[in-house]
Design a protein around this ligand. Structure first.
Ligand SMILES: Cc1cc2nc3c(=O)[nH]c(=O)nc-3n(C[C@H](O)[C@H](O)[C@H](O)COP(=O)(O)OP(=O)(O)OC[C@H]3O[C@@H](n4cnc5c(N)ncnc54)[C@H](O)[C@@H]3O)c2cc1C
Length: 392
């Protein structure tokens, strides 16, 4: 007999786990299906930055592009609140520290960009303000003298990417969700008002059914969309990260740069994480299609470029050995705004992905859980509607 649920969540990254937890907490019968292990992909390999300011990739093409990217600010504001409440709400230990974030500028052009960007963010309600060098000396004396000014956002910070997803999976289980790992969704069809989801595991192939399905599949989103005949465009990116040896407390903030790819933060155990979006090489198959099952290749020029930039703004780093670099894949959308909402033409199917989906994971999960239960989410989702891309 086909097992049936209210909702089937496809993907066990941070987003899928958070969504399954929220649905189960609200009384829904939910099955989460993950082809590998929980948190094995982007959610477990990212930098863990909780950035609510617009990132470098959103301002590098100028202030008009930044204005468009700022349309996602309501989700950022929700995320800032949700992350701080998350450990208490889900009853799990999640290492979340919101001790403030600095986006730094080294020259007059970057200062001007930061000022304009900060104005846009403040108009959406983000608590963010410009600080001058004197204030930097007081707040962040660890930064190089080259840093001329910064935008300071008190709610920014970090969460531990290795443990947040699994903690939410535990919360989901405790709330009554079922989770099947090493189980791949291989087909989706809709019959008589229900979704029939073909899954394959070591135990064999079977079909489970549900009223609704949630696509929380990261870089596999487009592929899952194709299974149901939907166009869900995503652009895959392969990125790298580096971590140093443990050192005594040095940086209490999340540090990002207005003029290049850089993020810096110190984990609770003392390791400094260096990232910010430097590329790794995505592996492609013979037809040029990305192969997400293969690990991207680390690029030497990214390794050195990221390290050079990090040392330039945090000179103490020059004496701290790096112990590991790694790669991961993630998605952005063609217009840089998230893809969140009902899948066009597919009743009962919902999707979320795109951009800083670690930071925004709890916000995405909250709106997905509302949509599934037939409620209107508090956040206006018009700008993120997957239907904006139409069909191919
Ligand atoms: C190096 C790096 C650094 C980053 N830094 C940050 C950061 O600091 N802050 C931030 O906000 N974001 C950051 N990101 C982006 C962030 O990691 C991702 O946006 C986020 O983790 C996506 O979460 P997810 O749950 O949607 O996807 P994922 O974590 O990728 O999970 C999707 C899951 O779906 C499963 N799946 C796919 N297809 C199927 C199928 N057919 N059947 C069953 N399961 C399936 C996959 O196995 C996978 O586990 C970074 C990304 C990288 C790679």
């Amino acid at each position: 007999m086909t097992r049936s649920y209210d909702t089937i969540v496809i993907g066990g990254g941070l987003l899928g786990c958070a969504t399954a937890w929220m649905i189960a907490r609200d009384g829904g019968q939910v099955l989460l299906v993950e082809r590998d292990q929980i948190n094995q992909h982007a959610s477990g390999s990212n930098a863990g930055s909780l950035h609510f300011q617009l990132e470098y990739r959103m301002i590098e093409r100028g202030i008009e592009a930044a204005r468009t990217a700022a349309e996602a600010m309501p989700l950022h504001l929700d995320a800032a609140r949700l992350w701080s409440d998350l450990p208490g709400l889900c009853g799990q230990e999640i290492e979340v520290k919101q001790t403030g974030g600095l986006m730094i500028a080294e020259d007059a052009h970057q200062v001007e960009l930061l000022e304009k960007k900060t104005e846009i963010e403040r108009s959406w309600g983000l608590d963010n303000q410009m600080i001058d060098r004197a204030e930097i000396d007081r707040l962040a004396p660890y930064l190089s003298d080259r840093v001329a000014a910064a935008a300071y956002c008190p709610t920014e910070g970090k969460a531990d990417a290795r443990t947040a997803g699994p903690a939410l999976a535990r919360a989901a289980l405790q709330a009554g969700a079922e989770i099947e790992t090493r189980t791949e969704v291989t087909g989706l069809s809709r019959q008589a008002g229900r979704w029939h989801v073909a899954v394959t595991s070591a135990a064999g192939a079977t079909t489970v059914s549900a009223e609704s399905v949630v696509i929380a599949a990261g870089v596999w989103t487009t592929r899952i969309g194709q299974m149901m005949g939907a166009h869900l465009p995503t652009i895959p990116l392969a990125l790298m990260m580096t971590v140093t040896q443990r050192v005594p407390k040095l940086i209490p903030h999340l540090v990002q740069h207005a003029g290049g790819r850089l993020s810096l933060k110190q984990a609770l155990d003392g390791n400094i994480l260096i990232g910010g979006g430097w590329p790794a090489r995505l592996i492609r198959n013979q037809d040029g299609e990305p192969n997400f099952e293969a690990k991207p290749e680390l690029l030497a020029r990214s390794l050195s470029g990221n390290a050079e930039m990090a040392i330039r703004v945090l000179p103490d780093l020059a004496a701290i050995p790096a112990i590991r670099s790694w790669v991961g894949t993630t998605t952005v959308t063609p217009d840089q705004l998230p893809l969140v909402g009902p899948v066009p033409g597919q009743p009962g199917a919902f999707v979320a992905t795109g951009g800083s989906a670690f930071t925004l994971g709890p916000s995405f999960a909250q709106v997905l859980a509302a949509l599934i239960s037939g409620q209107q989410p508090d956040t206006d989702l018009k700008a993120f509607d997957p239907a904006r891309y139409g069909r191919k």
